[in-house]
Design a protein around this ligand. Structure first.
Ligand SMILES: [Ca+2]
Ligand SMILES: [Ca+2]
Length: 266
């Protein structure tokens, strides 16, 4: 190929790939809802209540009781506008905030016709969030060799006949009834609470939901050496003070030997 042809082909590819990234959909529609908005077909309100010609989507007149025909205008009082917020988190805002002169989406897309001067702050917000997260991680003590760090961001559950207990290490402990009822906070991450000789032998979670006429719930998590990471038991040795037993390889003095998997070497 001549150089010029190569450039043309590359340019064409770039245009095509840009198209692929920016998937065509009506204004204010999230990527996950896109399939409900097919411009070649009449539109059915997402609650199924009505079907209207597609040109009545985002025509600034509210047709659907659930507001789903006007995701990109403020015509429906209960409409929802989706901001993609590339670089940060996608978000739904009430459609009444579309073109109200105030920048609500960090990607500025809610103010496409109001003349408001919005600046895209998504990258900046994403950067700040990552920094905050890093700071938080640095301030956590993951053990002398960082061996407990793999537990961060994870959750482990134990089901009993009545409840599901959930331990999210360095975050919180919760209890949820299996049948109805809401979640109870049994404590948020406090500190390593093992004895002086074995500081990393236990974790304390405190300031959970307060008990009826009593203290805030708290949980002591005892750590034991195990090949798998698993919660094995929970109990309430004294009122509103819970005890959880937790097995993890990170609590082993010697590294646990993991038998090599059987597989053919290529
Ligand atoms: Ca409409
Ligand atoms: Ca707005």
């Amino acid at each position: 190929m001549e150089m010029q042809q190569v450039v043309v082909v590359l340019g064409l590819l770039a245009v095509l790939s840009c198209r692929a990234v920016e998937v065509k959909r009506p204004r204010g529609v999230s990527l996950s809802n896109r399939s409900f908005y097919d411009e070649t077909k009449p539109f059915t309100c997402l609650d199924g209540s009505k079907t209207i010609p597609f040109d009545r989507v985002n025509d600034d007149y509210c047709d659907c009781a659930d507001g789903t025909d006007e995701p990109g205008t403020a015509a429906c009082s209960n409409g929802r506008f989706h901001c993609t917020n590339a670089g940060y988190k996608p978000q739904y805002i009430p459609a009444s905030l579309v073109n109200d002169g105030i920048c609500d989406c960090c990607d500025t897309t809610d103010e496409y016709n109001s003349g408001a001067r919005c600046e895209n702050t998504c990258r900046e917000m994403g950067r700040k969030e990552r920094e905050d997260l890093e700071k938080k991680e640095i301030s956590l003590d993951f053990g002398p060799h960082g061996e407990f760090s793999y537990l961060y961001g994870q959750c482990y559950e134990l089901s009993t006949s009545e409840y599901v207990y959930r331990l999210c290490p360095f975050n919180r402990v919760t209890q949820k009834p299996k049948v109805g009822g809401s979640e109870t906070n049994l404590g948020t991450w406090g500190f390593w609470s093992g004895p002086e000789s074995d500081k990393f032998g236990a974790m304390k979670y405190e300031q959970g939901t307060s008990c009826w006429q009593g203290p805030n719930r708290s949980t002591q998590v005892k750590l034991y050496c195990g090949k798998e990471t698993v919660v094995t038991s929970t109990s309430e040795p004294s009122r509103c003070e819970y005890l959880m037993e937790f097995f993890t390889p990170a609590a082993c003095q010697q590294p646990v030997e993991i038998p090599p998997e059987d597989h053919d070497e290529l």
